[in-house]
Design a protein around this ligand. Sequence first.
Ligand SMILES: Nc1nc2c(c(=O)[nH]1)N[C@H]1C(S)=C(S)[C@@H](COP(=O)(O)O)O[C@H]1N2
Ligand SMILES: [Mo]
Length: 313
Amino acid sequence: MPAFRPPHIAASEITPRSIYMSRRSFLGAAAAGIAFAGAGDVLAAPLSASPSIFKTDEPLTPKEAITSYNNFYEFGVNKEDPAANSGDFKPLPWTVKVDGMVGKPKEFGIEELMKFPLEDRTYRLRCVEGWSMVIPWIGFPLSALLDQVEPLGSAKYVAFETVVRPEQMPGQRGFFQPLPWPYIEGLRLDEARHPLTILAVGLYGETLPNQNGAPIRLVVPWKYGFKSIKSIVKISLVEEQPQTTWKNSNAREYGFYSNVNPAVDHPRWSQATEQRIGDGGFFNVARRDTLPFNGYADEVASLYEGMDLKANY
Ligand SMILES: Nc1nc2c(c(=O)[nH]1)N[C@H]1C(S)=C(S)[C@@H](COP(=O)(O)O)O[C@H]1N2
Ligand SMILES: [Mo]
């Protein structure tokens, strides 16, 4: 697989056009890597047992919708804010620190992260607000990263943190700040290690747009969208259940698990149905049934055997 080569251009020299071009060539390398993996790379082999769970054949949500209708409160609370207000955000250079209960703590540069075996993963994303999308991500299993740091037996959960950069993120400065920063999330270690759980570095064949969590974000397709934390700078293996931003802000409305569950309504939004963005035009009023675990029940329901999912929402 060709190595990802970071663009060796001083940030001060980068014009929007050259950013675009350098990203395209880096993505060319990534795409070639994906094709190679698909052609029988040993690293991809264990995943090919059930390829269908990694690629829904539902119609893709148009890229214009995926990149203009976002939740990313660091750039504002309205859906159009992240696309409008993230132009000054600099996703390069970037590092992700992985620490806590691990044998080999490590700080990964984004160049190193791009060398993990990148794969195409087309997943449904369902927001607790009642809308959903189908997104063609490029990423790699979080388990591949965890393997490198060698989690200790005492590690039971994984905690994630988003970058704090008020100078580049307008939602983090000023009088009204909707959330405490950094945005934080967490998973149980077995959820984090599940083959469906990925770190995404691109979508629709290109590097992640800033508004979608550049340069690297989590994607956990059977959980509500807010678990899929963006622009990650820190991943910690811990013993106790980590705090999470939305549970801290309103524990009655948001739980730690946040599995998509049509049988457990959010106090303000029904979870029984959803509006698929991009169905027959940009917004269609028709709603479809929301599936348990967002349609991934066969793969993940066993993780929660014996748990009361009404209490652990
Ligand atoms: N750091 C951070 N990550 C975040 C959010 C956020 O506000 N800040 N919003 C979450 C919510 S509520 C959703 S629905 C998804 C949206 O991802 P998308 O904009 O790429 O579709 O991102 C999640 N990750
Ligand atoms: Mo969301």
